[in-house]
Design a protein around this ligand. Structure first.
Ligand SMILES: NC(=O)c1ccc[n+]([C@@H]2O[C@H](COP(=O)([O-])OP(=O)(O)OC[C@H]3O[C@@H](n4cnc5c(N)ncnc54)[C@H](O)[C@@H]3O)[C@@H](O)[C@H]2O)c1
Length: 379
């Protein structure tokens, strides 16, 4: 056998396990497989057949129906948690206690108790990387708008809002028992679909202080116990006020709109593309138009469904680099939890009929120093 060159011998391959082998798991596997220093060593699903199918498709050596087998393997240093929302917390807590780095899918948890369990475990193991998936933050347009806000392009931010429309049929909910339940999904359209764009809104606008919301099940009665339609008024930490609207009942496949109105400028983003751009100063208008054009034209690779966007490979590359470099990931779980806290506070405000103060989590104002989804995708 050829002796390894020094450089090759020193390369430490990170072994990861995928826990939960449903819809999103292949996107994680394919993202890890793009990275030279990573091996997907385990796939695990309580329905072992699902894990076995992925193992066969991707040539993954080990399969289990019990995630504790993955955590017991001393060679595994990280796991992706890709299960239903309620099981994220016990699996993540167990993984952290077992000394594994964790990348957990959105929404981090289905309840405040779940969030507490995860963060208590991480406080005991702060040396471990604990990241939360919100892949749309990695998209160039999100990064560019974050930079605009940091530069003060909008002047004083006045209002900001999000609208999400994404049809989910009764058949969709009937196909998986965990969906549309308070216990396992933790809600429905807000905590599963709209949360992507609620996260962008609250991350870009710098966090929510208070919320007053309402929700209803308008077209899925008898099928789901949670909401299919919701709206809310929000007060941001920066002083701006805003709105959230989401429904999975209208026959619109998948649409999102974000808007920002400031004293110096306005921006609407529709389905990840600028829809309305108006800045008071002509030079800013030109600069922003050019910046947005570049951001929209930046290449990104789609994995999975088109509306997942191109962020997963970039987020997974960042997670792996954070482990290797012993640094915080771009989206620490402490930042990914804010959108969950916002959604859980919205539900609570309707139940108690009052404005609710959102737990003051950490909302990273940070953006990537250099955003290069193409590079990470081909790494
Ligand atoms: N980021 C995105 O764009 C995106 C897209 C889709 C789903 N998701 C998220 O990914 C997660 C999974 O969603 P999905 O659509 O793949 O769901 P899914 O129902 O298709 O898959 C979940 C899988 O987890 C398995 N599972 C449940 N409990 C388990 C346990 N204790 N141990 C091992 N396996 C277990 C189930 O058997 C199932 O196969 C959710 O948090 C969801 O919100 C994210």
């Amino acid at each position: 056998m050829r002796p390894l060159a020094d450089k090759e011998a020193n390369v430490q391959r990170i072994k990861v396990g995928i826990i939960g082998c449903g819809v999103i798991a292949p996107t994680h596997i394919e993202s890890y497989r793009k990275l030279a220093d990573v091996e997907v060593a385990w796939v695990c699903d309580i329905v072992e057949e699902k894990a076995r199918k992925l193992a066969e498709k991707y040539g993954i050596p080990r399969v289990s129906a019990d995630y504790r087998d993955v955590l017991a393997d001393p060679e595994v240093s990280a796991v992706s948690v890709c299960t239903d929302h309620a099981s994220h917390a016990p699996i993540t807590a167990a993984a952290l206690e077992a000394g594994k780095h964790v990348l957990c899918e959105k929404a981090l948890a289905a309840s405040s108790e779940g969030l507490d369990l995860m963060f208590a475990a991480h406080r005991r193991h702060p040396e471990l990387v604990f990241a939360g998936v919100f892949q749309h933050r990695f998209e160039p347009i999100s990064q560019y708008v974050k930079a605009m806000i940091e530069k003060g392009c909008f002047g004083k931010l006045l209002t900001a809002g999000v609208q999400v429309w994404c049809l989910r049929t009764n058949e969709y909910y009937k196909a998986d028992a965990w969906r549309g339940t308070w216990a396992q999904e933790g809600g429905a359209v807000l905590i599963n679909q709209a949360i992507h764009f609620i996260d962008l809104l609250v991350w870009l606008a710098g966090g929510v202080a208070q919320i007053s919301g309402t929700y209803e099940n308008l077209t899925h009665q008898g099928v789901i116990e949670t909401e299919d339609t919701a709206t809310a008024a929000v007060r941001f930490k920066c002083g701006a006020i805003g709105t959230i609207e989401a429904t999975c009942s209208s026959p619109i496949g998948w649409q999102s709109r974000l808007h920002f109105r400031g004293t110096e400028g306005s921006l609407d983003i529709r389905d990840g593309r600028p829809d309305f751009v108006k800045f008071v100063r002509e030079d800013v208008q030109k600069e922003v138009e050019a910046g947005l054009r570049t951001a929209v034209d930046a290449p990104g690779e789609l994995l999975g469904k088109s509306y997942y966007g191109s962020g997963h490979p970039a987020q997974i590359a960042d997670f792996v680099s954070a482990i290797a470099e012993k640094r915080q990931p771009f989206i620490p779980a402490s930042s990914a939890r804010h959108a969950v806290d916002v959604v859980l506070s919205l539900y609570r405000s309707w139940r108690i009929g009052e404005w609710v103060t959102v737990p003051s989590g950490e909302v990273h104002g940070r953006r990537m120093r250099k955003v290069s989804p193409k590079k990470s995708a081909s790494a």
